[in-house]
Design a protein around this ligand. Sequence first.
Ligand SMILES: [Fe+2]
Ligand SMILES: [Fe+2]
Length: 175
Amino acid sequence: MAKLKSLDDLLVHELQDMYDAEKQIMKALPKMARAATHPKLRAAFEEHLEQTEGQIERLEQVFKLLGLPAKGKKCDGMAGLIEEGKKMMEQDAEPSVKDAALIAAAQKVEHYEIASYGCVCTYAEMLGYEQVHDLLGQNLEEEETTDEKLTILAESVINLEAEEADDTEEEEVSR
Ligand SMILES: [Fe+2]
Ligand SMILES: [Fe+2]
């Protein structure tokens, strides 16, 4: 990898990382939606897939504004998170428990994205790239909203059902 000489270089490096990360997520989300049982969770994954497509387009606009080709660089961090998510999808589990696990995997992805977009937003601001900052800020906001939605979903529906599944099993055992 070429030497990073400036904040500009680092910004580009991180943008290429995110471009690849978003594409990995785009491939993973339909699988997560299929693995989800609760209709609300499935819908949340499908909605975020649409958002992700828009986020990729914003990244392409950012590359254009910077006069660079839209190009990704393998994001190992996201590959690891998705690999873990995949193992969870293959894991034998009660549907509601699996939903809770899928939410946990998805939130890890969102937190990675929030950290990454937070960094590139800061760099763009420091470098005075207003439009770039604005576009990346929109992506950041969507990731934060998604994370919050997943928390609400986990608290209100899914974790509760997972607990109930556990209780039912205990009852069956005691009988
Ligand atoms: Fe994203
Ligand atoms: Fe996301």
